[in-house]
Design a protein around this ligand. Structure first.
Ligand code: 1X7
Length: 322
């Protein structure tokens, strides 16, 4: 095969494998048998072995790369990762709603209500559509650079759908360990006489902070994306539009998000999830309310550490920490 034929075939295989990764890991709706998928990957690995100059960082064969690190470097988030004020009951919610409506001179308000995932908040930076950096939240301004570990999470796209990707975009989400993976991991640790993780959040944090990405890759972590930090090339009118755009770009966005225009509807929704959350295959510790219109968010602004346009409604912790 001539080099330019090899290059073309490698790119064709990458797109096909990316398509199937998105179907399987993001949509949970594969359209190919495992054996056929493995054949595609084997053909790409063979091509990249025969023509090493073809290997690109965003090739699906480069998910688990690099030697273990000595330690983590810190990076500055282009836009700070805010924390959320908490609401624990109907009175707290009514206070939040009243402050929002007062701040908006009694304009109509839509709330986007999303699940609050009990995991590790991370920021993914894409430049020209390619994943260049992944970091933990840290103190909101400075986080730890954990790119090789995040690249092992198969539902994180290594490159965005073109066209439409801005030059630079930071997307925010929560890395978590599904309850089933957590139970299996602790079983293996018990058999090996290792200390157990107390809960899936600690297991996810411990798995992300591994210096060896190969270990992270074995931990079956996953991610939900729920926000956009800095971006230089795209403007949204509503948070719900930004979430839809993230889904179109290939990110894994949670299907239980809803939009309500009255507090009563929000409260009914929160009561539904008070018990229904235990049926989910991942842990949530509450739900997040956000004013949907971004111009209204702007007008409400933020306090020193958290937005006035969002609040986390928290359920009491589960009795026996799973
Ligand atoms: N859906 C969301 O916005 C969401 C979900 N889970 C979380 N742990 C957090 C934290 C912030 Br800050 S926002 C958010």
């Amino acid at each position: 095969m001539k080099p330019e034929e090899a290059r073309a075939r490698a790119e064709e295989l990458r797109r096909e494998i990316e398509y199937h990764d998105h179907r399987y890991y993001v949509l949970d709706d594969p359209v190919i048998e495992d054996a056929e998928y493995d054949r595609l990957v084997r053909e790409l690995v063979a091509l990249e072995t025969a023509y090493p100059e073809l290997v690109t960082p965003d090739s699906p064969t480069q998910r688990v790369g690099g030697r273990p690190r000595e330690g983590f470097v810190t990076v500055q988030h282009r836009a700070p990762m805010l924390s959320l004020a908490n609401a624990f009951n109907a009175a707290d919610l009514a206070d939040f709603d009243r402050r929002v409506r007062t701040g908006l001179a009694d304009e109509d308000v839509d709330y986007v209500v999303e699940l609050k995932f009990d995991g590790v908040a991370v920021s993914l930076t894409y430049e020209h559509g390619r994943l260049v950096r992944g970091a933990t939240r840290g103190d909101g301004v400075t986080g730890e650079e954990i790119t090789p570990n995040l690249r092992t999470i198969r539902s994180i796209p290594l490159r965005l759908r073109q066209p439409g990707a801005p030059n630079v975009i930071e997307v925010r989400g929560e890395v978590y360990m599904p309850k089933e993976a957590f139970a299996r991991l602790n079983e293996r640790r018990e058999d090996a006489g290792l200390p157990l993780f107390a809960n899936p959040r600690n297991a996810a944090a411990g798995s992300l902070r591994q210096l060896d990405p190969g270990i992270t890759a074995e931990r079956k972590l996953d991610i939900w994306l729920y926000g956009i930090g800095y971006t230089d090339g795209i403007v949204f009118g509503r948070h719900s539009e930004a979430l839809a755009w993230l889904g179109e770009q290939g990110f894994r966005v949670n299907p239980h998000t809803r939009i309500f225009s009255t507090l009563e509807e929000v409260e009914r929704h929160l009561e539904h999830w008070r018990e229904a959350r235990f049926e989910l295959p991942y842990v949530i510790d509450g739900l997040v309310l956000k004013v949907d219109r971004l111009d209204q968010q702007e007008r409400l602004g933020t306090t020193l550490k958290s937005p006035r346009w969002a609040v986390a409604y928290k359920y009491p912790p589960e009795q026996a920490e799973t």
